[in-house]
Design a protein around this ligand. Structure first.
Ligand SMILES: Cc1cc2nc3c(=O)[nH]c(=O)nc-3n(C[C@H](O)[C@H](O)[C@H](O)COP(=O)(O)OP(=O)(O)OC[C@H]3O[C@@H](n4cnc5c(N)ncnc54)[C@H](O)[C@@H]3O)c2cc1C
Length: 304
C-alpha cells in the first residue's frame, strides 16, 4: 500500500487533484505549519511554551537551477536570523535538504550553500541538520558532510534504518563525532538496497539506536513508534544514561499526546515543523506512512 501511494503520488493528474481538492486541505494543515516563516515561528513558539524543542523545515527539494539554490540559501539564512532575533536559538534549529541547495546540479554548489548557511548558524550559536533523501543521494550527502564537518561542527545528518548500508554509515559518523538523527526512512527504495518488511526495518532501528546511545554523542531518535520509544527509554535507563543525553524527535501533527507525555517525563523532544507552499512531496510521504489517512479521504469521496 505504501509503495502504491508513493507511485501514484508521482502522477501529475493525482498531484493536480490533491492540490485542488478541498478534501485534502484539513490533512495538509495537520502536517504543515503554514505557508510563511511567520506562521511557522508562531507554531514553534506555541510548541516551545509546552517545553518542546523545534526544528524548522522550509519545504522544497530537487532545485533545478543555481538561482533556486541561492534562493533556498537566502531563505535558510533568513530563518536563522529570525530565530536569533526572537531569542529562541537554544530551542529552535533548522533542517535542510541538499537537493534544495543544488545537489542535482553539482556537489560543489550544494557544499558551498551548506557552508554559507553553517557560517551564519555559527554566528548565532545555532545548529543545522541535513535531512537524508533517497538512497541515490546518500554517498554524496555523507561525503559533503564529512568534508564540511572538518571545519564546521554545528551540523549533523540523518540515517535511515531501512537501508542495509546504515550500520557502516553510522560507524563512519560516530568515528568523526557527528550527531545523527535516526529515522526508519520515507522513500520508495528497491529491495536491493532497503528492507521492505516493517519487522526488519524496526529490528534494524533498535540495533542502531542501541549503538547510538552507547556512543556518547548527543543523537536523536526520530520515531512515533511507541514500542521503540519504550525500548529506547529502558535501554538508556539500564545503561545509566541521563534523560538529556539524547533527544526524541517527531513530526508536527503526529502523536502530540506522546510528545507532551515524554516532555512531562523529563525527556527532550524536538518537533519537526515544515512550512511553505511546496508541500506536495512531503505531504505524500506522510500519507504513505499511514494508509488509514488515504482510506479516510477515499471514504469521504465516495460518500460525497
Ligand atoms: C523528526 C523527523 C525527521 C525525519 N527526517 C527524515 C529524513 O531526513 N529522511 C527520511 O527518509 N525520513 C525522515 N523522517 C520520516 C521517517 O523516515 C518515517 O517515515 C516516519 O517517521 C514514520 O515512521 P515511524 O518511525 O514513526 O514509524 P511507523 O512504524 O511508520 O509508525 C509508528 C506509529 O506512528 C504513527 N505514525 C507514523 N507516521 C504517521 C503518519 N504519517 N500519520 C499519522 N500517524 C503516523 C502511527 O501511530 C504509527 O503506528 C523523519 C521523521 C521524523 C520524526
Amino acid at each position: 500500500m505504501r509503495a502504491l501511494i508513493l507511485k501514484l503520488a508521482h502522477l501529475r493528474a493525482v498531484e493536480n487533484f490533491v492540490r485542488r481538492s478541498r478534501l485534502f486541505r484539513g490533512l495538509v494543515r495537520r502536517f504543515i505549519a503554514g505557508d510563511t516563516l511567520e506562521e511557522a515561528l508562531r507554531v514553534s513558539e506555541e510548541l516551545t511554551q509546552k517545553g518542546l524543542l523545534v526544528t524548522l523545515d522550509n519545504l522544497g527539494e530537487n532545485t533545478t537551477s543555481e538561482a533556486e539554490a541561492h534562493a533556498a540559501k537566502d531563505t535558510y539564512i533568513g530563518m536563522l536570523r529570525a530565530i536569533a532575533k526572537r531569542g529562541i536559538a537554544s530551542s529552535t534549529n533548522i533542517s535542510i535538504k541538499l537537493t534544495q541547495c543544488g545537489l542535482d546540479l553539482s556537489d560543489e554548489l550544494a557544499r558551498s550553500v551548506l557552508e554559507e548557511v553553517l557560517d551564519v548558524a555559527a554566528e548565532h550559536g545555532n545548529f543545522v541538520r541535513v535531512d537524508m533523501e533517497s538512497s541515490a543521494y546518500v554517498d554524496r550527502t555523507l561525503d559533503i558532510l564529512e568534508a564540511v564537518f572538518q571545519t564546521r561542527k554545528n551540523t549533523g545528518t540523518v540515517l535511515q534504518s531501512y537501508l542495509y548500508r546504515t550500520p557502516d554509515d553510522l560507524e563512519r559518523l560516530i568515528r568523526i563525532g557527528m550527531r545523527v538523527r535516526l529515522v526508519k526512512g520515507a522513500y520508495l527504495e528497491p529491495p536491493s538496497v532497503a528492507y521492505r518488511r516493517k519487522r526488519d526495518v524496526d529490528r534494524a532501528y533498535i540495533q542502531l539506536t542501541e549503538r547510538m546511545l552507547q556512543s556518547g554523542i548527543y543523537h536523536a531518535i526520530a520515531t512515533h513508534d511507541e514500542r521503540i520509544i519504550r525500548h529506547t527509554k529502558d535501554f538508556a535507563e539500564r545503561n545509566g544514561l541521563a534523560r538529556d543525553s539524547f533527544e526524541f524527535q517527531m513530526l508536527y501533527g503526529i502523536r502530540r499526546d506522546l510528545q507532551e507525555a515524554l516532555v512531562a517525563e523529563g525527556y527532550r523532544v524536538r518537533v519537526y515543523v515544515p512550512f511553505g507552499d511546496r508541500w506536495y512531496p512531503y505531504f505524500t510521504r506522510r500519507l504513505a506512512e499511514r494508509p488509514a489517512n488515504v482510506l479516510f479521504i477515499l471514504k469521504a469521496l465516495f460518500r460525497a
